[in-house]
Design a protein around this ligand. Structure first.
Ligand SMILES: NCCC[C@H](NC(=O)CCC(=O)O)C(=O)O
Length: 445
């Protein structure tokens, strides 16, 4: 029997990580607008999380930051000249445009793509669709680079196949795995895939104060392209109440691992109907639903602490599952108390590990936002390209690379500095060598 494992591919915090408040509907991003960011600390926090996952015996991978500022987009906006002229002129003309093309948002790889592993697909291949991220301009420029990186790591062929990001702009808005859950008995067994959307393409969703980024039509396209098995696909709408409270992605209020679904009671409009449908699709495999009551954790605290934006993992040698939580959960009284109660309850979740990913959290990205899950067989892993799986040697190379190249202080005003762009491109060029990626950036093509 082929052994399957779930690998987590974390996005590395990029050199231009900053707080520009670009994401309308993302409470943390709005709140921290204009603050001082520390890209170096952010990248090292991310590497510490990866090291922790690795130390638990999990398979941990990494996805590189994107080239920022993105000069190709600035050229598309009509700026011409040398790199330095483009940066200086664009910043002078429009600081907000510069903030958009300089955002390090590609770190949140839960939005990089939707992945359906081989046990779920009728052709027995693992399917990837990079998310178009059409809802937010600063993220809508991520897909081409994401696609090149994924194709390099998971070569197209008998094992892996890659689809184009969806066209159709916001009408087929696709936010990737942050709105996707997979339930299964074991990672290698046939799964049920749950797609979560915020609205439908041609609807004016009057009940939404904030954007419903992902459409039901996009879910259907991805499920079809991925050749998912009949009866093993479910779709559900996010509760507008959750979106309006700042849960711009479903993974702010829900997380799953294997046969466990951990979610807030306001994540969906009708939890009972959803859990019934999931159980029906799972057949003989009994699901464990851990639904958190608003009376224990108000929605506002769930969004503030990112309790559900944790990673839920099975660690060998530990009985039950482990939550990888952001430290903010321990600093929020209701969520701290809830986690203590949960661990003591005798349910499927028995451990809580806290990680400091504050630099990312201040832009609305918790532990789960920072990772893309890819279930791989041993043979799949052997067929991967590049050097993206974390081991001690790669960790130390990456820490040295971060310490050499990253600034420890960055404000939105710094983004117009042509020297910053130069530093970024030199560093990323070196990174493609460390990760053996070949040419994946526009400036390398
Ligand atoms: N899954 C977590 C994604 C967080 C991301 N934040 C941002 O893009 C903040 C960017 C800024 O404000 O500079 C977003 O909202 O898509």
């Amino acid at each position: 029997m082929m052994a399957f494992t779930e690998a987590n591919f974390d996005g590395l915090v990029g050199l231009t990580h900053n707080y520009a408040g670009l994401s309308y509907g993302n409470v943390a991003s709005a709140k921290n607008k204009g603050g001082v960011a520390n890209p170096r600390e952010g990248a090292l926090q991310g590497l510490d999380k990866m090291a922790h996952m690795k130390s638990l015996g999990l398979v941990q991978g990494i996805l590189p930051p994107h080239e920022r500022p993105h000069l190709k987009t600035l050229r598309a906006f009509g700026f011409t000249g040398s790199d330095a002229e483009i940066v200086a002129n664009a910043y002078r003309a429009s600081p907000i445009l510069m903030a958009n093309v300089a955002s390090a948002a590609a770190m949140w790889t839960a939005n990089a793509a939707t992945v359906s592993p081989s046990p779920d697909t009728t052709d027995g291949r693992t399917h990837f669709t990079p998310a178009n991220l059409a809802a937010m301009f600063h993220r809508s420029i991520e897909a081409p680079t994401t696609a090149r990186v994924l194709k390099r790591l998971f070569p197209e062929g008998d094992r892996f196949t890659h689809h184009e990001p969806l066209i159709g702009g916001t009408h087929l808005g696709d936010e990737g795995a942050a709105n996707h859950n997979r339930f299964c008995a074991d990672h290698g067994s046939e799964g049920v895939e749950l797609f979560v959307y915020g609205r439908s393409a041609f609807e004016t969703a009057k009940e939404l104060q904030f954007p419903g980024r992902h459409t039901v039509e996009a879910c259907h396209v991805v499920a079809t392209h991925h050749k998912l098995k009949p009866g093993k696909v479910l779709m559900v709408k996010q509760n507008p109440v959750a979106i309006n409270a700042g849960a711009f992605h479903n993974d702010v209020v829900a997380v799953s691992n294997r046969d466990v679904f951990f979610f807030h009671d306001q994540a969906f409009e009708d939890s009972a109907a959803l859990t019934g449908a999931i159980q029906k699709a799972m057949g003989d495999t009994p699901m464990h639903f851990v639904e958190v009551a608003s009376s224990d954790v108000p929605l506002e605290d769930a969004v503030k602490s990112y309790l559900f934006n944790s990673q839920l993992v099975s660690v060998s040698g530990r009985e039950g599952m482990t939550l990888i939580l952001p430290t903010e959960v321990a600093e929020t009284p209701s969520t701290k108390a809830y986690v203590e109660k949960l661990i003591a309850s005798g349910g499927p979740i028995k451990h809580a590990d806290y990680m400091d990913v504050r630099q990312s959290m201040r832009n609305g990205g918790g532990p789960a936002c920072l990772r893309l899950r890819v279930v791989l067989s041993d043979a799949d892993r052997a067929a991967m390209g590049g050097r993206a799986l974390i081991d001690d040697a790669l960790l130390s190379d990456l820490r040295a690379w971060v310490n050499k190249h990253y600034r420890d202080r960055l404000m939105p005003e710094d983004l117009g500095d042509p020297k910053l762009a130069e530093e970024c491109f030199a560093a990323l060029d070196e990174l493609t060598q460390i990760l053996d990626l070949g040419s994946v950036y526009d400036f390398q093509l």
